[in-house]
Ligand binder design. Structure first.
Ligand code: LLP
Length: 419
């Protein structure tokens, strides 16, 4: 009998049969192992160092429960993400509220819940938070997100730290922003944040940003007398999508950053601020696969063979948006030799809906199950209903036991809000 592809201790063909396709499968054992790894490399290795999970990568109630139980912080960027955290009583002091344009209603929601810190991209937003905090007799902690002006050499759409970016306060404006913050009564500026970009396989841009921010920290101390108590180093640590991705352990990123920060603080007689990182993709990406059923197969002689699957752009917009590359295996015959090269086409009326170009596979037939790897991050969280395709179910597996974590959307639900 042909060999089946196992993931998280489960036979993926059996999962496809039981829960249908397309199907997101998340190994909670892998998520927990990643959390343990990042904590050992950061929270437990260094004093006053905390990991916040960037919830935008993958957010379900189960994932919020995991972050809560594992004593992680939670990075949220919207009222919707915050609502999930609130619904599950996520400790407010461990929530970090990001976003380049939080609405007054979202800020009020965060203030009323008592979120630990707001990371702000502009002075205008800090002033708005200050006003709304004043109305509530609250005094939230604020971090200024700084645009360090470094090029992170990732896809332009996930690069966030160049001078021309919608994110963060431009470097030259930071001292003025700090000075004005110190004049506000209802907010307490505690430090700085940067996030250089996402899916970075090299640490160079993180290190460059650290150096730049350390310069800022010293500058505002000398010129304005402001002592930085917190320094958030963002996320962006790269993972393996295909065998071409040369991934490194998390220590490759955090160790030299912390080393530089400690050396700088010692040299300049500064108190080393509390440190934070915000990985999203690194925690969940490789812990997820998506299962599809093969349908139509079209061979264009001398050109290419298109293999259609029952999902695509609606459950994973990343190839269309970022030319993201994925690897996949034929789950029901994973031991068979790959003798053909095909292109995996999504099901949408959209030429950009190509999941994988030039994938090496054994000869395929309708009904085969394809398992696309490393889909745990930014797939479910970016899913859409384009072409009125329902969002697939999320099945979580733990110790080889599967359970529905998010049930499949129904056709009725697609029109539920229509009047
Ligand atoms: N912190 C901040 C402030 C961020 O903006 C992000 C991601 C993270 C942390 C987490 O980054 P991570 O560790 O997951 O790389 N949709 C894109 C990724 C956008 C990331 C946006 N910000 C994708 O699918 O590649």
């Amino acid at each position: 009998m042909a060999e089946h592809y196992h993931f998280g201790g489960c036979d993926t063909v059996a999962l496809a049969r039981e829960f249908g396709t397309p199907l997101y499968v998340v190994s909670e054992d892998d998520v927990l192992a990643r959390i343990r790894e990042v904590k050992a490399a950061f929270d437990e290795k260094y004093e006053r160092a905390h990991t916040h999970y960037a919830s935008k990568a993958f957010l379900t109630k189960d994932m919020i429960r995991i972050a809560k139980e594992q004593d992680m912080g939670l990075d949220v960027v919207s009222g919707g993400e915050l609502h999930g955290a609130m619904a599950l009583d996520f400790p407010p002091e461990r929530i970090v509220f990001h976003g380049n344009n939080k609405t007054p209603a979202e800020i009020a929601m965060g203030l009323d819940y008592g979120v630990g810190r707001f990371v702000c991209d502009s002075l205008g937003e800090i002033e708005l938070i200050d006003r709304l905090a004043g109305e509530r007799c609250a005094r939230p902690h604020i971090l200024i997100r700084v645009t360090p002006g470094v090029d992170s050499h990732t896809h332009a759409y996930i690069s966030t730290a160049m001078a021309d970016s919608k994110f963060g306060v431009p470097l030259p404006q930071v001292p003025e922003a700090v000075a004005r913050c110190l004049g506000l009564k209802n907010t307490e500026l505690v430090g700085f944040h940067f996030h250089v970009g996402s899916q970075l396989l090299k640490n160079a841009s993180h290190l460059m940003a650290v150096d730049i921010l350390l310069g800022v920290i010293r500058d505002v101390r000398e010129r304005i007398g402001f002592t930085t108590r917190e320094f958030d180093l963002g996320g962006g640590f790269g993972v393996r999508y295909t065998k071409d991705d040369d991934v490194r352990p998390i220590g490759y990123f955090v160790d030299p950053m912390v080393e530089r920060i400690e050396a700088f603080c010692a040299e300049h007689g500064l108190h080393r601020p509390d440190l934070a990182i915000e990985p999203g993709r690194w925690i969940v990406c490789e812990a997820g696969v998506t299962l599809y059923t093969v349908g139509s197969i079209k061979e264009i002689p001398g050109i290419r063979t298109y293999v259609g699957v029952d999902g695509g752009l609606p459950d994973n917009p990343r190839p269309a948006l970022y030319q993201a590359a994925y690897d996949a295996v034929v789950a029901n015959r994973c031991d068979e030799e790959a003798t053909e090269v095909v292109t995996i086409a999504g099901r949408c009326c959209e030429s950009s809906d190509i999941l994988i170009r030039d994938l090496r596979v054994p000869p395929l037939a309708p009904g085969d199950i394809l398992a696309v790897k490393s889909t745990g991050a930014y797939c479910y969280s970016m899913a859409s209903n384009y072409n009125k395709v329902p969002v697939p179910a999320v099945v979580a597996v733990r110790n080889g036991v599967p359970r529905v974590s998010v049930r499949r959307q129904t056709y009725e639900e697609l029109y539920e809000r229509d009047v």
